[in-house]
Design a protein around this ligand. Structure first.
Ligand SMILES: [Zn+2]
Length: 427
């Protein structure tokens, strides 16, 4: 392993203040911020002058290989889009599509400062695990099992196999969750089977919840209870769970989330684009529910840029509540970093402080949008964009330096993704 010293950068401290300090990284951990031990010897010294060091972003919900379907069917109703565009095309995906789409996603995430992502997709998640390890970021991977599809149960069983072969792989970069797509695609016996399989290994659950009003009325009509009660009754929430979207919630839903410590993954970009609605994020935060952020797939966002998602979270709730104090910059940033790590069960991830994993992004401040430097957190959330991401370190390893990704071949991936995506839709 190696050691890195970042000199004189502005650092986002654990309490969300900023100060100029050195950061010492030993192996995969932050050894010290500020007072560097006199005997610390760095293999690499990086000048952090005029740079801002922030924790790598945690994308709490995405479908990585869906990047191949970016711009393929926009401005459509969710069910029309899924039934007529997405699902028929996904059914034709082969291993190469999953791999190349995954590479494109991970490349885009590294370039926009994301060092951990929760993916729900498949098949061939082994390829996604391998490419993620090679690229050097954290992948919290799950299949997206759909109980209405004939192979649904097999997908759950494959998810367990994925857990057995990849949980903890790549020096801990990879962890595995159990993906149960959503209440409206997964009948009760199917959810119970997922619960039984996941329970054997304590595999956490990744599920879509309460994204649209129509799915709630559909479940309520069919089962006489709302989706949160429905899933609670299958036992799935007895396992650590993340629930993507959580747009339409009532008091009972929120009580269930609190009771089982379900983390909400807020996807403002996707919810706005698909006109799903506005998640009651300020209320969830007030109630002490852990709220993290996700981009959702690149075909409903349409990018995987977490900084954009952080800004959208800060903006959407202000206008929705007609309150400029709703979701301040600091809280939005916290949702995109440490809350995400907590939701995904990543230990000591999401802050720049001694003992935490060295997942650090450096922004280049020598740009117009970063000037003047009255308040760096405010600049990051309300003014900057990901073009100023300069350096990305994950698990103590340099993944990007001066804008160049070191662990992936950017030119090859973009070329290949274009070719494979065209082939896929014409297949
Ligand atoms: Zn999703």
């Amino acid at each position: 392993m190696s050691s890195i010293l970042i000199r004189d950068s502005y650092v986002l401290m654990a309490d969300y203040t900023t100060k100029v300090a050195d950061i010492a990284i030993k192996d995969n951990e932050i050894l010290a911020v500020g007072d560097i031990p006199a005997d610390f010897k760095a293999d690499r010294v990086i000048s952090g002058k005029d740079h801002f060091a922030v924790p790598g972003f945690v994308n709490g919900h995405t479908h990585a290989s869906m990047t191949l379907l970016r711009s393929y069917g926009d401005d459509m109703e969710l069910m029309d889009w899924l039934n007529n565009r997405i699902w028929p095309t996904e059914a034709k995906m082969v291993e190469e599509d999953i791999r190349v789409g995954g590479e494109l996603a991970v490349l885009e995430m590294i370039k926009s400062g994301t060092t951990a992502y929760a993916d729900m997709y498949g098949p061939h998640m082994e390829s996604v695990a391998e490419l993620t390890i090679k690229a050097g970021i954290r992948g919290i991977l799950a299949r997206g099992a759909i109980g209405l599809f004939p192979a649904g149960r097999q997908v759950l069983e494959d998810n367990v196999k994925l857990y057995e072969s990849y949980n903890g792989a790549g020096d801990g970069l990879i962890t595995i969750m159990m993906g149960v797509h959503a209440p409206y695609t997964c009948p009760p016996e199917f959810c119970e089977y997922a619960r039984e399989l996941a329970g054997k290994h304590d595999i956490p659950i990744h599920i879509h919840m309460n994204e649209t009003q129509s799915e709630i009325s559909q479940i309520t009509e069919k089962y006489g209870k709302r989706p949160f009660k429905y899933i609670e009754d299958t036992g799935l929430f007895d396992l650590p769970s993340i629930a993507a979207h959580c747009v339409w919630l009532d008091d009972e839903d929120i009580a269930i989330m609190k009771k089982h410590n379900v983390s909400a993954i807020h996807n403002p970009g996707s919810n706005m684009k698909l006109a799903s609605g506005v998640s009651p994020v300020p209320r969830l935060l007030n109630e002490g529910i852990n709220v993290a952020l996700g981009t959702d797939g690149a075909s409903s966002n349409n990018n995987l840029d977490m900084l954009e998602e952080i800004r959208l979270a800060a903006m959407l709730h202000k206008v929705n509540e007609l309150d400029p104090l709703a979701v301040p910059a600091k809280i939005a940033l916290q949702m995109g970093t440490e809350n995400g790590a907590k939701a995904l069960g990543l230990d000591k991830v999401g802050k720049i402080t001694a003992g935490y994993k060295a997942d650090i992004v450096l922004y280049d401040l020598n740009r117009a949008e970063w000037c003047p430097r009255h308040d760096l957190v405010s600049l990051l959330v309300y003014s900057a964009n990901s073009a100023s991401v300069d350096t990305v370190i994950c698990n103590g390893k340099m993944l990007m330096e001066k804008g160049n990704v070191l662990t992936m071949d950017e030119e090859r991936i973009i070329k290949e993704a274009q070719r494979v995506a065209m082939d896929l839709v014409n297949r």
